[in-house]
Design a protein around this ligand. Structure first.
Ligand code: NZQ
Ligand code: ZN
Length: 389
């Protein structure tokens, strides 16, 4: 087990009715609130009205930044930063899924960015420290943005989608009932994203971090069980609550404590798909994960042991031949993804091989994925993309 640091300053209020903590969570930062939200789901569910009522009753001055896109754009970050400056904002309130929270994080940091070009900030934000405080209300279980400092911003002009470290939310309000309205497609995609956050750490060369592996395996089993229930019964509180808690833990770094870093290869490859084709993150990940697993298992026999562990402990399979069992675990995972109803090929998303070389070069810039669980070259990545067609 390797050395690690635990440093998550976010306060999570989890469970039905926790919106009662909203006013006090904002109050200590000031009265001027930037209310950031997406394309309108919170208006349909009534959450928008609930939030506005609380803000008005408690005499907050509210400025709205609406229309945050899935795969949030740098242009929306720019709009939000301008609003912060113009209205002397004290605290940012994000209400929505990962895209809304990510965008709000970039706005919170962008408020203090001294340069003119916020895209430059996105490229260099790893080193920025000062940010407006951020409070969020989560409405979709997927990214874990409510419990980490990361954010992913897209520039459609340059076909770039870049992750960076911005700021942790001060407070995240996680009420599973707000996810009752999430569509089957987004429920399945979000669940695939949660699982991918686990896979990216679980498939590591560190074999003796029992706590991390145990957490990882438990989260994977919980997601598969509860996603299926949520797809059948969207208002099943227990299923939605488990998915929400799984999401927060999965991307928090906790399931990777004590483990060798992997560079998160499937995320590196998926961000290229989203940057070029604006696809749903979790769907891209599910498609890639299966092909990446088969590719590295074929390429490097030494990873068989890890895949056998996955097949036995997560997929519940048994068998005497390790190689057969390792591949059977991947097949079982593919069957699970198919059952959730999301597309499992790039062709279904209208994607062909036109940009694969450029995407591979960018995903692997400066040989970034040479330290992955199994080192990936640009050629490997192109092969994986092709296997996804
Ligand atoms: O925009 P609205 O109208 O709110 O609708 C959204 C959107 O269309 C809808 N939705 C959200 N909550 C809903 C709902 N619909 C009905 N009822 C609700 N309660 O769902 C759609 C997708 O929302 P989005 O926020 O885009 O989804 P998600 O949470 O999956 O976020 C995806 C983004 O997060 C990034 C991804 O790359 C992508 O840009 N990621 C962020 C990470 C992080 N911060 O740590 C890590 C992840 O790996 C990921 O890269
Ligand atoms: Zn993800």
């Amino acid at each position: 087990m390797l050395n690690f640091k635990h440093d998550i300053p976010t306060k999570l209020y989890f469970g039905e009715g926790q919106i009662k903590k909203l006013a006090s969570s904002l109050e200590r930062f000031g009265k001027n609130v930037l209310f950031v939200y997406g394309g309108g789901s919170i208006k349909k569910t009534g959450l928008y009205d609930e939030v506005i009522k609380i803000l008005k009753e408690n005499n907050f001055n509210v400025t709205e930044c609406d229309g945050v896109e899935p795969n949030p754009r740098i242009t929306t970050v720019e709009r939000g930063v301008n609003l912060c400056k113009k209205h002397n904002i004290d605290v940012v309130l994000a209400v929505g899924g990962g895209s809304t929270i990510d965008c709000a994080k970039a706005i919170a940091v962008g408020r203090y960015y001294e340069g003119d070009d916020l895209w430059e900030m996105v490229k260099t934000s790893w080193h920025l420290a000062k940010a407006l405080p951020l409070v969020d209300i989560l409405t979709l279980s997927a990214t874990g943005s409510e419990f980490d400092a990361g954010g992913v911003i897209t520039n459609m002009d340059t076909n770039e989608k870049l992750g960076a470290v911005y700021t942790y939310p001060s407070v995240s309000i996680c009420d599973p009932t707000y996810t009752f309205s999430v569509s089957k497609y987004q429920t399945a995609a979000g669940s695939a994203d949660i699982m991918s956050h686990i896979f990216e750490g679980y498939f590591s060369r560190t074999m003796d971090s029992d706590l991390s592996d145990g957490i990882a395996e438990t989260v994977l089993k919980s997601v598969m069980k509860n996603c299926k229930i949520a797809l059948e019964e969207p208002t099943n509180y227990s299923a939605r609550a488990n998915l929400m808690a799984d999401a927060s833990i999965a991307c928090s770094g906790i399931p990777e404590y004590g483990k060798k870093e992997t560079g998160w290869p499937c995320h590196a490859m998926e961000h290229e798909l989203s940057a070029y084709y604006d696809i749903t993150h979790g769907v891209g990940l599910a498609i890639l994960t299966i092909r990446w697993m088969r590719h590295i298992l074929n390429k490097d026999v030494t990873v068989t042991e890890r895949f056998v562990k996955f097949a036995r402990n997560v997929m519940g399979l048994e068998g005497d031949d390790d190689r057969t069992l390792a591949f059977a675990g991947i097949d079982a995972l593919e069957s699970y993804f198919k059952e959730t109803g999301i597309p499992m090929t790039l062709c279904e998303l209208g994607i062909d091989d036109k940009h694969f070389e450029a995407m591979a070069a960018h995903a692997n810039v400066d040989g970034y994925l040479k330290d992955a669980f199994v080192a990936l070259t640009n050629e490997d990545i192109v092969e994986i993309y092709k296997a996804c067609l």
